[in-house]
Design a protein around this ligand. Sequence first.
Ligand code: NDP
Length: 453
Amino acid sequence: MSTFVDNLMAEVKAKNPSEPEFHQAVQEVAESLSLVIERHPEYRSAKILERIIEPERVILFRVPWVDDQGEVQINRGFRVEMNSTIGPYKGGLRFHPSVNLGILKFLAFEQVFKNSLTTLPMGGGKGGSDFDPKGKSDNEVMRFCQSFMTELSRHIGPDTDVPAGDIGVGAREIGFLFGQYKRIRNEFTGVLTGKGLNWGGSLIRPEATGYGNVYFAQEMIGTRGESLEGKICLVSGSGNVAQFTTQKLIELGAKVVTLSDSSGYIYDEDGIDTDKLNFVMELKNRRRGRIKEYIEKYKKAVYSEVNPDLDHNPLWLHKADCAFPSATQNEINANDANNLVKGGVYLVSEGSNMATSAEGIHALLEKRILFGPGKAANAGGVAVSGLEMSQNSMRVPWSREEVDERLQNIMKNIHSTCVEVAERFGTPYNYVNGANIGGFLKVADAMLDQGVV
Ligand code: NDP
């Protein structure tokens, strides 16, 4: 069956040159699906996977804006509308200088499977811009967001495509984007998720990705009869996902000893407690400072600057039980994976999308590490976005407890789907196969139902 994967990959690489992240994401899914295609020739003859890897639509546009010095700036905007078989396109917007079409295609592709796993009616999409919000004034960010939405508003809508946040797009940016959409379209609808609580947002949405990842990890570690209490945890990143992963881990009695940003990481042997986390939240969300400032306040902690010459990330060298990568793609390579295992880590749950390289995943699975792939482990964010859409449609907000309970149930269900599907296809406790196949089956069957479109 690897000829199926080889042939598919040859075509993907020829048709999508210079998109290594997209190739990586497709290859991982194709390898899992070779198990399915053997048993289900109908998917093969209908060319389901070949259709899923082709976006239904890609929108690429100019985003001109004027900076505080009066100079004209031009960025590039994108929306990849990947698959709408089971619901409107749904997936975040990323504002980061590294953004390009290949990265957004990998994210949109992953989103199709992730959204299917949540069991909510959401298709897959992703978008963003190479705009860097870092170092920009609030007014500059607002002008950029308004220009971005002026074009994007032609293509999205509550029943068509519902974007949300991702790297570089948090509450501030969603506010500016929503304001401009409402102004242009003269309608108040749930066209974006991650909205403010006073204007259509859902309780628990900011927390959802991090909390959901910890709930998923709880389920994984539960299969070994253990809990997260007392476990030493490595977390990377210090944005939305990292912050709420840390918050939930603290609540469950675990000890988080690291956080990072793109400049470096801090190691706090005593553990990051609630006060220290509140400091990080204020630092990152309000003052928009660097993680380095943590050691000025907490003197026992150690800061290490990123060293681009290293072939590994020293954050993953520390002794621990669990790791929650929550920054960006490919932040755990094969060396990091081996270092994690050497340091005693036996659970890795991906908060970031495709946090681990293909070689890294291989190294972890070989050592029988509990490995939760992002598609499953970080699906809590989009799941609560789905719940935000439901609340918007009904025009009734749910309580914090109600949303949190639904989130916990969704994460439990995703976990049991992964376990059940992995087992059914002969690879017990391989959560990568479980998530890829589990997410695929629902979309594939719906595509068969809907004909060749
Ligand atoms: P934020 O922008 O809030 O935070 C991102 C964090 O990661 C920051 O600390 C940032 O540091 C760091 N980071 C970003 N890019 C790099 C890089 N190239 N190298 C090292 N560090 C980097 O984003 P989120 O927390 O929302 O997203 C984090 C990850 O989680 C992403 O992979 C995202 O796709 C994924 N995710 C997010 C969801 C959500 O609901 N927000 C849902 C599901 C997945 P710095 O400030 O220096 O840039």
